[in-house]
Ligand binder design. Structure first.
Ligand code: BES
Ligand code: MN
Ligand code: MN
Length: 454
């Protein structure tokens, strides 16, 4: 049986297995779901074993386990380290889901579920492509799987694991499907990920919530102050005002910017899809540049005061915000968090106290387009899409990618099959069944081309 026949014979089962995996609410951010996160690890370990992987292990860490498995076919063949994650983002706000986040439902050719695209759907393509290559005796490279359960919370323990298992993880390239492409008829490969600094701020005014009539106007309202402080972090050109913030930013050449400008992108469609009348961002840069090569600062959440039903006249004691900064090559996450902290403390009026807490961060990464691995991915997508993929710079972050390079000396190929419209991290996350099967079909071509002499 060849791969094509194997796929058509088994595609329904592949999909059903993915749906079973998606039913496990493996939310790494919320400890209520800890046992489900472990279950999701066991699930994929079993599937790797059944597919024929050797030395499959659910490796315990101080946090969630790392699922490892390998198949070494020939020491003279290159080795591909496949990375993915089985943890997912929280599903809240649940009331905005048309069907429950952990009851995967198929509508209009899409699988709706938390994790459908990010990253269970995409990681599972690798497990099934592996099964298919094993069953048809066509595995053209050695392969090692490393599927973790803490990507959505900063990959803390994976960092240690990688450092302690350098020999075990030795490979020639890392292959990841955890990003997107432009459209189903415009394949693309991400060649960059942004870094991240994530902070939380607390602004304290009076020692207790006060009557807003008795005290309002005379005592600092921490919510008002927090809003002032946050709005001062951008100027009228939407540049970030933190001193030193841009000092290390990699300047992209005019030539590369001209190349980026050729990326197919329809601003009108983009706006229509999001139901916004206009886009907004840093002056002097296109939308693609704003998400691809420029750093940003966004408030992810802000709270304080009275948010219950009706009106309560109160001058709150405290206000909070969670703020993330997306970083580009050469900016160091720790340095930027530091700059933020110092600046934020320095702009606080005397009438309030501020506390800045640093959360996880990660470095940006760029992946080469002139490597054998990139060419293998490009040819693989060309084989199944009938079109050569376009290199693009993605806006998201997978902090562990920079570490793979630093610790293992490995470059990564980001062969992702998601779409921006898949609503990852949002209500009604989905993944196209087309994309799921297309990935399973494409991955073996990557192995084939990467295994060939050049
Ligand atoms: N798969 C995403 C990253 C991604 C999404 C890259 C789309 C490119 C395009 C990943 O699971 C993710 O969400 N990463 C987090 C960072 C992490 C430290 C929480 C992110 O980008 O917010
Ligand atoms: Mn992901
Ligand atoms: Mn994610």
């Amino acid at each position: 049986m060849n791969q094509q026949e194997y796929l058509s014979k088994n595609q329904e089962r592949f999909l059903n297995e993915l749906l079973d995996w998606l039913r496990i609410p493996s939310i790494s951010a919320d400890s209520k779901f800890a046992s489900d996160v472990h279950k999701a690890a066991e699930f994929v370990a079993d599937k790797l074993r059944l597919a024929g992987a050797d030395n499959v292990a659910v490796e315990q860490t101080e946090g969630y386990p790392i699922v490892y498995g390998e198949k070494m076919v020939d020491p003279n063949k290159p080795t591909v380290l496949v990375y993915g994650h089985y943890d997912v983002q929280p599903s809240v706000p649940d009331e905005l889901w048309e069907t429950p986040a952990f009851e995967p439902t198929i509508r209009d050719g899409n699988i709706y579920a938390r994790g459908a695209c990010d990253d269970k759907g995409q990681a599972y393509m690798h497990v099934k492509a592996f099964e298919m290559m094993m069953a048809t005796d066509t595995l053209a490279c050695n392969v090692k799987f490393m599927i973790e359960g803490e990507e959505e919370v900063g990959s803390t323990h994976l960092g240690y694991y990688v450092k302690e298992n350098k020999d075990k993880l030795a490979a020639d390239v890392v292959l990841i499907s955890d990003t997107g492409m432009i459209a189903n008829d415009i394949p693309s490969i991400d060649t960059g990920l942004r870094g991240l600094s994530y902070v939380e701020v607390e602004v304290t005014g009076p020692n207790i919530d006060l009557h807003s009539g008795t005290y309002g106007g005379a005592v600092a309202n921490p919510i008002n102050v927090l809003c002032d402080m946050i709005s001062s972090l951008h100027d009228e050109n939407r540049h970030i005002t933190i001193p030193g913030f841009y000092d290390q930013v990699e300047i992209v050449s005019d030539e590369d910017r001209a190349e980026m400008a050729k990326t197919p992108f329809d601003l009108e469609e983009y706006k229509k899809g999001l139901e916004v009348n206009d886009v907004m961002g840093e002056a002097g840069y296109s939308t693609i540049e704003r998400t691809g090569i420029r750093p940003t600062l966004d408030v992810n959440g802000i709270w304080g005061g009275y948010i219950g039903e009706g009106a309560k006249t109160v001058l709150p004691s405290k206000a909070y915000a969670k703020i993330s900064m997306r970083l580009v090559p050469n900016q160091k996450s720790a340095d930027i968090s530091d700059l933020f902290q110092r600046h934020f403390e320095s702009i606080a009026p005397k009438a309030v106290k501020v506390k800045v807490t640093l959360h996880h961060g990660g470095e940006a990464a760029v992946t080469p387009t002139n490597s054998k691995a990139y060419r293998a991915a490009s040819k693989a997508m060309e084989a199944t899409f009938g079109k050569k993929p376009i290199p693009t710079r993605g806006g998201g972050s997978i902090p562990i990618v920079a570490l793979f390079e630093e610790v293992l000396g490995l470059k990564t190929v980001l062969m992702g099959f998601g779409l921006d419209s898949d609503a990852i991290h949002s209500p009604n996350e989905k993944y196209g069944i087309f994309n799921f099967y297309k990935g399973i079909e494409t991955i073996p071509y990557f192995f084939k081309y990467f295994g060939e002499e050049e």
